[in-house]
Design a protein around this ligand. Sequence first.
Ligand code: CO
Length: 217
Amino acid sequence: MNIGKLTEYHSIEQIFQNNRVWVARQEKLDPNYFKDLAAGQAPPYLYIGCSDSRLPLTQFMQTDPGEIFVHRNIANQICLTDINFLSVLEYAIEHLQVRHIIVCGHYRCGGIQAALEGCSGGLVDSWVNPIRELYLQRQEEIDRLPDREARLNFLAELNVRVQVKNLFQTSIMRNALRDGRAPQVHGWVLDLLTGLIKDLAISTETWHYHPSCRLAY
Ligand code: CO
């Protein structure tokens, strides 16, 4: 029995069918697979990405269950008042002690498009407003780019840089830095046209010492 596509009208039944096929396959490969999985998690990575259905990073990175702790939202934003994100970050750093944090954006992102072009007419406009502000700050430079795709790609990359910077402004990261146990932070962008992950090689050194924390260091 094969894993079936979920596009048919009976896709909910197909999900359970796929699940049973996959479980049987895993148990054949390793009879202890689920016993080991249930024993606990110690993922080395925290992944902060976009909600877009086309980019489950676990598949693009070929990782196994238990290897990546995940937070996703539209346009992979790090919002300093988002209790959902902050509790994920705190748990990842304080309890799971992840060694790497990956902030991964992507080209052809609907959230980036909404920020650049506006008017989704819904809550997304409010959620991506910080990215729209980013665009307005650099509008002259962005509008000069040769075409729409270049503008969207530029803003997608700029957004990742800013979100990485935001990460360094959380008290959770600042405390971890102070105690010398902060994970390594990476800013990536995924190109859906090629499937390849690009490392933006963001230098985070300058954000290790936040002006508002100067007294503490
Ligand atoms: Co997106």
